[in-house]
Design a protein around this ligand. Structure first.
Ligand SMILES: Cc1ncc(COP(=O)(O)O)c(C=O)c1O
Length: 454
């Protein structure tokens, strides 16, 4: 193993190198990361070794609600624990001496992972904080307009509503189609609202309500073509280590915010804000900072005392992700989603009679609706939302919980159903169990309906 990678794996990072050996944390040996050249979604030998990196959740038989946050692999938890113990042992000596090095190492590691300049990357606690920095910190004037989506995340909508009440900003909501015929149709739902007063466009890369992925970069690019002054913001809460696109591949977005406790599987408490150089002096920090130059990205990190160990586990989380690879992970998650939906046609070459023989094609059930463009891996990732006719989202989630499957009810004006999110820690058997449970609910919905119709 390369020395740098080994050091990351044992949770020391570069920040630990200056310590006397006695002060360094002791790592428990962990098995090597799973190695395989065959990472096809069907290679259960490989994927079960990956799943074994995670503790099986307790309190429910099958967890298919992995959209809130991702639990971390054991080795990431170990790096996190060791960093926390180290800080506790070294007390303020660490905070006054090594803290800054640890933050800068994490900044370099994440920037290298995403192919971006570390000087354009601020760490926050989560996406909510990242995007509030942008929304609250923009130099608004009364009458300015914002284009946002009708399925944007609630906290961002509230942030814009607050800005609207405070500064007299006008909000225009794009009606994002649930099953767009083309990417152009989705793009036009935003672009048609742009006019000379539009200052900002806010796009959600992966809509948490339904799982739909929109091509944020292309829409941001087209928005700038229509009005080059528009400040383009991307909510990328679910993007990193889920979608294969990196921050490098989002050059038309002036600001991108995300959470690293989601698909990158770092423990809870680290988010990022990637800003274009021109955006750094433009925005006011959320937490007052007058000490740093206006072009220093660190002016957005004035957070006070915070859990630095969550930044110190980041390079282990990146190593874990990279050992799998973005393409392989995305294909596996898409496959698990299709096992839940039961579409033999969509599984295509991945259909195998011994594994999927008893699977029921729920995409053909009249009583069941799938609320996003699920077939195309460019338009939906792991997440999919389902509705069963005659059941409220809460009733559907409760019925699934009764049979041991945890999901989450989505009761939003536009999307009503149960959100299902498989993860690397799930097996095809988990997904097929949900397929069978939904089939049963769909059948009884159909019986209920026939009784009602008769
Ligand atoms: C689309 C979207 N944006 C923002 C957030 C907020 O993320 P966090 O709670 O990590 O701030 C979420 C959380 O699920 C989300 O799904």
């Amino acid at each position: 193993m390369k020395r740098k990678v080994f050091l990351r794996n044992v949770g020391l990072g570069v920040a630990g190198l200056g310590l006397p050996a006695s002060a360094r944390p002791l790592s428990l040996p962990l098995s090597p990361l799973p190695e395989s050249t065959d990472k096809s979604p069907l290679n259960e030998a490989y994927w079960s070794a990956v799943a074994a990196e995670f503790e099986r959740p307790t309190g429910i038989s099958i967890n298919l609600e992995n959209g809130y946050f991702s639990h971390s692999p054991r080795r990431v938890m170990q790096a996190h624990r060791e960093a926390q113990e180290r800080i506790n042992r070294e007390t303020s000596l660490f905070m006054r001496g090594e803290q800054e090095t640890a933050i800068e190492e994490a900044r370099k590691a994440f920037a290298a992972f995403q192919g971006i300049d570390p000087e354009q990357l601020a760490f926050t606690r989560n996406t909510t904080e990242s995007l509030n920095i942008v929304i609250m910190g923009y130099p608004w004037k009364a009458g300015d307009e914002v284009v946002l989506g009708n399925q944007d995340y609630g906290s961002m909508v509230e942030a814009f509503e607050q800005v609207s009440r405070r500064h007299g900003v006008v909000l225009r909501y794009a009606q994002v189609p649930m099953h767009p015929k083309s990417a152009a149709e989705t793009a036009e739902s935003y672009l048609s609202l742009i006019n000379e007063k539009t200052q900002m466009i806010h796009l959600t890369h992966l809509i948490n309500l339904s799982g739909q992925i929109i091509d944020g970069e292309s829409i941001a690019k087209m928005a700038k073509e229509r009005n080059p002054r528009i400040f383009t913001v991307l909510d990328a809460a679910h993007s990193i280590a889920h979608h294969t696109q990196t921050l490098l591949e989002m050059p038309s977005c002036d600001a991108v915010g995300g959470s690293l406790h989601k698909w990158l599987c770092n423990p809870i408490g680290v988010g990022f804000l990637h800003l274009k150089p021109s955006a750094i002096p433009l925005l006011w920090p959320l937490m007052g900072d007058t000490g740093k130059p206006s072009d220093d990205i660190r002016r957005f990190e004035h957070q006070g005392t915070r859990p630095i160990h969550s930044l110190m586990s980041l390079s282990t989380a990146i190593d874990f992700h990279e050992s799998i690879g973005s393409q392989a992970k995305k294909a596996r998650l898409h496959y698990l989603k299709l096992c839940i939906m039961g579409s033999r046609k969509a599984l295509g070459e991945h259909y195998q009679e011994p594994v999927h023989g008893r699977m029921i094609d729920l995409t053909r059930y009249a009583e069941i609706d799938w609320l996003c463009p699920w077939e195309n891996p460019e338009q939906s990732g792991a997440i999919v939302t389902v509705a069963v006719k005659g059941l409220t989202p809460q009733q559907l989630a409760a019925s699934l919980k009764k049979v041991g499957v945890f999901t989450v009810a989505i009761d939003h004006p536009v999307v009503k159903g149960v959100r299902i999110t498989p993860h690397l820690s799930n097996t095809p058997a988990d997904c097929l169990a949900l397929n069978a449970a939904l089939a049963e609910l769909g059948r009884s919905a159909s019986i209920r309906r026939r009784m009602f119709d008769d």
